[in-house]
Ligand binder design. Structure first.
Ligand SMILES: C[S@@+](CC[C@H](N)C(=O)[O-])C[C@H]1O[C@@H](n2cnc3c(N)ncnc32)[C@H](O)[C@@H]1O
Length: 236
């Protein structure tokens, strides 16, 4: 039996380590995109998803958003939900923008690339949001494991997951394909209880084998907004 040797030389074409933004401390020093109309529409749409989750879960009071950027989505949400206690976590320049714009909420600077130090945060949140964030960090396991510990059976975890068809940056290609993400969350104690689609559509590349659970009408959604709760049968 011959050993087949794999050439590793093309990995830099797939993903270049110099583009590893999770280690970039200066991320959000430039924030041009926040003024673009398309981004405002996107945040407005995402706010309506959170509003609908709050209607379905009226106990929601304490909210944590990880990888929030400067916190624009939080301001859309807080405008109509003033009673929320909203915590945000991201990098130093994101906090600078948040402070300079007198945004509401409490912003924590933490490096979430490879660990999750929860000091300063509450013991438990009613709603946790990661909006296009998990696919950027080196250790999504430690993030999701800690999110489980920071939630209870009544809590909701909302993930915005970019569709691979829109050529977003994915550190671990394949992990964020639809079925694989559901499985990843499942082994960390979460079950998916809902899916919201996206207004924006991707190019129509065909379905792949790791998308058997993705409904046809959501195949070309730019993002999938997935709602999770604790699995009832999870005791790890
Ligand atoms: C694609 S952006 C999404 C930002 C925001 N949620 C939104 O939808 O506009 C990914 C976010 O993850 C944050 N992030 C990436 N690596 C991080 C790290 N090591 N520690 C803290 N935040 C990080 C980035 O600063 C950025 O705000």
């Amino acid at each position: 039996m011959g050993l087949f040797r794999i050439k590793h030389t093309n990995f830099e074409e797939i993903f270049s380590f110099k583009d590893l933004d999770t280690l970039d401390e200066e991320e959000w020093k430039i924030f041009d995109r926040l003024n673009e109309e398309s981004w405002k529409q996107r945040y407005q749409y995402e706010k309506t998803i959170v509003d609908s989750i709050i209607v379905d879960n009226p106990h929601i009071k304490n909210v944590l958003e990880l990888g929030s950027g400067p916190g624009v989505l939080s301001q859309y949400i807080l405008k109509d939900n003033r009673n929320l206690n909203y915590h945000l976590v991201d990098k130093p320049f994101a906090k600078k923008y948040f402070d300079e714009h007198n945004f509401n909420g409490t912003f924590f600077v933490k490096d979430l690339s490879n660990s999750f130090d929860t000091s300063g945060l509450m013991d438990c949140y009613d709603l946790i949001i990661t909006n296009d964030f998990l696919e950027h960090v080196l250790n999504p396991h430690i993030i999701v494991k800690t999110i489980y510990e920071l939630t209870n059976k009544n809590s909701v975890y909302l993930i915005s997951n970019p569709n691979w068809r829109m050529a977003h940056q994915f550190l671990y290609r394949g992990l964020f394909d639809f079925d694989n993400l559901l499985y990843f969350l499942y082994v960390h104690g979460f079950e998916c209880v809902g899916l919201y689609g996206s207004q924006l559509k991707t190019p129509n590349y065909p379905r792949v084998s790791s998308e058997t659970l993705l409904p046809e009408e959501h195949l070309y959604d730019w993002n999938h907004y997935l709602v999770f709760k604790h699995r009832e049968d999870f005791n790890v």
